[in-house]
Design a protein around this ligand. Structure first.
Ligand SMILES: [Ca+2]
Length: 466
């Protein structure tokens, strides 16, 4: 009897030691082309109960910015922890390994530290929807396991409504309220495949990345999500008299106002975009439920992110590739071990670049590259208002190979955004969000703002020189 008790005691101590030593897992959830139109970010219409649920048990960043509002440049920067000017990825073709063959990506660092690294769907760039079901522009060394789901939405491309037939499907205002259930769509399959990986790897430390494709266009989602947004409740962005003449041509992704789509079409596109968000959100809910069911919630850091923001008609613009707030800003939420400020928001300016050093820090990874451009957000995850002096830098390239390219660089602090196009040769913008949240006035040439312009210019120069 004594022997049995002794054995049980040894076993108990051993399990306690194992649990204490167990490294936290990471479930990295990424969405494509999702802006901050979510319930937890205060949107009055959009229903995102699952992302909201995650935000309630973690820290939500209100001023999180991507480094280059286009899929591949943004994702390459985030996964390498390096700025686009270091990866030299400015388009959807070039791979960062061409510039940096030996770079250790975030997923690789997890592997080097004994983790299983797996991805489902779009983490690195993937032509959406063209490359769904393939590896896209993946980075094979980053992963032990790769899964590329393909759903019924690929087949439904033939029957969707396209309001911009001259644009490629991946850059179109196009939609379809699908009769097929969630599970048959690509994102439904991303959720199911991710859950399988969670089940298979629940006893090992894991870095599992679930890369959803919605709300990227074409806005295909099950019909029930469209029903959440009656068209009469959807308003198009207000046209501001004189805005078209005021805005710098360089600041515009498209000179074709609203892609020529009328007000009804704009409202239909917004409705379909919101439906796609709620559909993607429901898939996020399945992942969170699976973590609970598998007893993984307590020891898993859950991150939610989108590769960049998205304009829905503001400034006459749609989608990404601009340095306006709506394109440069992204949702960013952390929950789980190390995130003690539960249900809190941080207004500090943070960057997608910060994921790598933050997760390496929270998981105690060894051997992180010494040149990571971001900073660990750990202090803000325990104290969201902690002192923080790092602004956010976002850049966007314009032009073409024939006529030459030029870059726009934008620096954001908690109050202002200052942007220089082609080092200022193609114009400068200053927005003051405290008095002008919708960026309707460019204060760059306002004498009252001379001092701020000089400060922001110096800040941009200093950050770019780092
Ligand atoms: Ca994207």
């Amino acid at each position: 009897m004594k022997k049995v008790i002794y054995l049980l005691l040894v076993l108990l101590l051993f399990s306690v030691a194992v649990i204490a030593q167990r490294k936290p897992n990471v479930l990295f959830i990424s969405s494509d082309d999702l802006n901050n139109d979510l319930g937890c970010y205060g949107h009055p219409l959009v229903k995102s109960p699952n992302i909201d649920r995650l935000a309630k048990r973690g820290v939500k960043f209100d001023r999180a910015y991507n480094q280059f509002p286009l899929c591949s440049p943004s994702r390459s920067s985030m996964m390498t922890g390096l700025r686009p000017d270091t990866t030299k990825v400015y388009d959807l073709q070039k791979h960062f390994r061409e510039t940096l063959p030996d770079v250790v990506t975030m997923a690789q660092l997890f592997q080097k530290n004994g983790y299983v690294a797996a991805r489902v769907g779009k983490i690195y760039h993937y032509g959406n929807p063209g490359q769904i079901g393939t590896d896209g522009l993946d980075d094979a060394p980053s992963w032990d396991v790769r899964v590329n789901p393909r759903g019924v939405d690929k087949d439904e491309e033939k029957v969707l409504t396209n309001l911009t037939p001259k644009r490629g499907l991946g850059a179109s205002l196009s939609f379809y309220a699908s009769p097929a259930p969630d599970e048959e769509h690509t994102d439904g399959k991303v959720a199911l495949e991710t859950i399988k990986l969670l089940e298979q790897n629940k006893d090992k430390p894991f870095f599992i990345a679930a890369g959803f494709y919605r709300p990227h266009c074409p806005y295909i989602a099950p019909k029930k999500y469209f029903d959440l947004y009656p068209l009469e409740k959807i308003k198009a962005a207000e046209d501001v008299p004189g805005e078209r003449e005021r805005l710098l041509p360089a600041a515009l992704q498209s000179q074709d106002w609203h892609f020529g789509v009328d007000e009804l079409g704009q409202r239909q596109s917004i409705q379909a975009y919101y439906a796609s968000i709620s559909f993607m959100d429901a898939q996020v809910g399945k992942l969170l439920d699976a973590l609970d069911r598998l007893g993984l919630t307590e020891n898993t850091i859950v991150v939610f992110w989108s590769d960049h923001g998205y304009l829905l008609g503001q400034h006459g613009q749609w989608m990404k590739q601009s340095l306006f707030e709506g394109s440069a800003r992204t949702p960013m939420i952390f929950a789980g071990p190390g995130v003690t400020a539960k249900g809190k928001a941080s207004g500090r300016t943070v960057e997608a670049l910060d994921f790598y050093p933050t997760l390496a820090d929270l998981c105690g990874l060894r051997g992180a590259p010494t040149n990571l451009a971001g900073k660990s957000l750990r202090p803000l995850l325990t104290s969201p208002n902690a002192k923080w002096d790092k602004p956010a830098i976002t850049q966007q390239r314009r032009g073409n190979a024939q006529n030459g390219f030029f870059m726009g660089y934008s620096v954001r602090n908690e109050r202002y955004r200052y942007t220089e196009w082609d080092e200022g040769r193609k114009g400068v913008e200053l927005y003051d969000y405290q008095v002008d949240p919708n960026e309707l006035k460019n204060f760059a040439n306002d004498p009252k703002y001379m001092k701020i312009v000089a400060q922001m210019k110096a800040l941009l120069l200093a950050e770019r020189a780092k």
